[in-house]
Structures are given as C-alpha cells and as structure tokens.
Design a protein around this ligand. Structure first.
Ligand SMILES: NC(=O)c1ccc[n+]([C@@H]2O[C@H](COP(=O)([O-])OP(=O)(O)OC[C@H]3O[C@@H](n4cnc5c(N)ncnc54)[C@H](OP(=O)(O)O)[C@@H]3O)[C@@H](O)[C@H]2O)c1
Length: 302
C-alpha cells in the first residue's frame, strides 16, 4: 500500500527514473541479493517501504516471523545501501515503536522510555532497530539516513484479509458484507474504547517526499494527523460511509491492544508539512477504491 502510494506521488511530481522491485526480483531478507541489486542499480536514494505487516492476530500468531523478517529487511536495505554508496535513505517505521503507556500525544523523545505493547512487540523491536541503524549510520558514516514513523494508515491497495488485515480495512469489509447480507448486527473486537489515529496513505506519500527533500531531516519523525477517535466512533463512521444501518455490538473478550495511540506531530509541522485529507473524505475514497477493486476481482486478501 505505502510503496504504491509513494510511486504514484513521485510519478505525479515528475520523477521518471523510479526503481521498484518485487519480492520475486529481490527477496529483501536475502542480504546478498539486496547488495547485488543496489550495487547494480546505484540509486540516488532508497525508500524502505517493505515490511512484514499485519494486525493484532497476525502479530500474535507469527512473532518470530515478524521479528526476523523485519530485522533482516531493515539491516539488509540499510547496510546494502551504505555499501553501494547511496547517500540518502528513508526508512518507514511505525507508531508501534513507542511504549504502551507513553504519555499522549506521543513525542519522538518518548522512544524507549518504557515497555512496548505485548501484542506487537516483535514488530516494534525490528522497527526500532531499523530507526537506530539509520541514526547510527548517519552518525558514524555521514550518510543522510532517516526515518518516518507513520500512524495507522489506510487507503487504496490496503489488505482486506479476514484475519490479517488492520482494523480499518477489516471494518470496511465487514460492514460491506453485512450490508450485502442484510445482517442485523456486526460485532467488533474489544471494548471499542481504544483510541486511534488514521492517516490516508496518499498524505503519507506526500510527507515522505517532503522529508526526502529536507537538507537536514530529523533522525525520526512522527507522521500523523494529530487527532484520534475511539474504535466505536470509527466503526460508526465506517458504517455510515458504507451505508450499513444495523446494530454495532462489541466483544470485550477479544484483545484491545494499546489503549491510546495519538502522535504528537509538532516536529513534522515545524518542518512545514500538514496532512490534507480528512477522515470522512479519505474513507469515502477508500470505499470507492474497495468497490472498484472488488468488481475487477483485484481486491487484496492476502
Ligand atoms: N499499513 C499501516 O497502517 C502502516 C502503519 C504504519 C507504518 N507502516 C509501515 O509502512 C510500510 C509499508 O506498509 P504497507 O501497509 O504498505 O504494507 P504492505 O502493503 O503489506 O506492503 C509491504 C510490502 O513489502 C513487501 N515485502 C515484504 N517482505 C518482503 C521481502 N522479504 N522481500 C521483498 N518484499 C517484501 C511486500 O511484498 P509482497 O506483496 O510480496 O508480500 C509488500 O509489497 C511498512 O514499513 C510498515 O511498517 C504501515
């Protein structure tokens, strides 16, 4: 989702010499393959948007895979870029890197100030390692490697898998199916109380371009909208956009994850960037994309 959005944005901005590689072309967990690719292509800049990603269930079921694959992707891309003489690199992390009980809104300096949320600890540790690799390669080798820490993302190209998707695409799919089946109720995992923030992926792509054009970017910077809402409120908004008018029930026996995750975005704002897509507008665009892909048979469910 993120890689495609960045490619769309850079193409729209007039960049023509964009290199992308699928997993079949370069498995990023394979250090030798990454090194050979970067040595051969000699890019001016690298954006690391690849990762093993997923929601609470996927993180809980496959913690070893999440830690191993994401560590390998981070270190192979960062070290490989340095070996190939690449001077600029942007690494994408996630707001999961911050402590479970971080004060709200979460500032960049809160990194490593307390224990992580258990349900995504493996993923978060790999992302923290990537961020620190960028910081230390910059410090030790003088390259401009830096990171962006996006909040929860949504938008075109999201994953709608029944078990592995994130909360927002999961809600879109479930309300869409409930409406089609005339189901009287939809049950949402957890208490509905946790609060979350959502950024449209096209806004993230603009933020990445902005960060790559800064002469002296922060080592890592939060990328969000600076506003959150409860999962219950989110479910109500998604139901409204999808046109579902049945009951929304909650299942508090299922895990909630972190109670609140709102990023402080003042550092990014101070560099001159603001998001432009509001949540309702972003959801309407995303549901339109969902319907188009569903009709074409290209909806992502992996
Ligand atoms: N989605 C969010 O809400 C969110 C929030 C915060 C941060 N982020 C970060 O944003 C980045 C992109 O996330 P996304 O949502 O765009 O995920 P995504 O849609 O699943 O994209 C991840 C991409 O990485 C590729 N990939 C994974 N392992 C690979 C490997 N070993 N070799 C080569 N390619 C590999 C995947 O290829 P395949 O298609 O072959 O699997 C996929 O194209 C990640 O770093 C993630 O941590 C995402």
């Amino acid at each position: 989702m993120v890689g495609s959005a960045i490619v769309r944005r850079l193409q729209a901005a007039g960049y023509t010499d964009l290199l992308t590689a699928t997993r079949d072309e370069v498995d990023l967990t394979d250090a030798a393959a990454v090194r050979a690719y970067l040595q051969a292509q000699q890019p001016d800049a690298v954006i690391v948007a690849a990762a093993r990603v997923g929601g609470i269930e996927a993180n809980r079921s496959y913690p070893a895979d999440f830690l191993y694959e994401n560590l390998a992707i981070a270190q192979n891309c960062i070290h490989g870029a340095w070996q190939a003489g690449v001077g600029r690199l942007l690494f994408l992390g996630s707001s999961c890197i911050y402590p479970r009980k971080a004060r709200q809104p979460i500032r960049e300096e809160d990194l490593l100030a307390g224990p992580l949320e258990q349900t995504n600890e493996a993923y978060a540790i790999a992302k923290i390692a990537g961020l620190k690799l960028c910081q230390y390669y910059r410090q030790q080798h003088g390259v401009c490697y830096h990171s962006a820490m996006p909040t929860n993302l949504y938008g075109p190209g999201d994953n709608y898998h029944p078990q592995h998707s994130h909360v927002l695409p999961a809600l879109i799919r479930r309300f869409h199916e409930a409406r089609a089946a005339n189901a009287p109720t939809v049950t949402i995992w957890g208490t509905g109380l946790p609060r979350r923030e959502f950024l449209h992926v096209d806004d993230l792509a603009l933020a990445c371009e902005h960060l790559l054009l800064l002469d002296n970017p922060p080592d890592w910077v939060n990328v969000g909208v600076g506003q959150d809402l409860s999962i219950r409120e989110l479910a109500e908004l998604v139901a409204e956009v999808v046109g579902y008018d049945g009951d929304i029930r909650l299942d508090p026996t299922k895990p909630d994850g972190t109670p609140r995750k709102l990023l402080d975005v003042s550092l990014l704002r101070s560099t001159g960037w603001e998001p432009g897509i509001g949540l309702r507008e972003g959801l309407i665009r995303t549901y339109t994309d969902f319907l188009e892909r569903k009709a074409e048979g290209t909806l992502r469910m992996v």
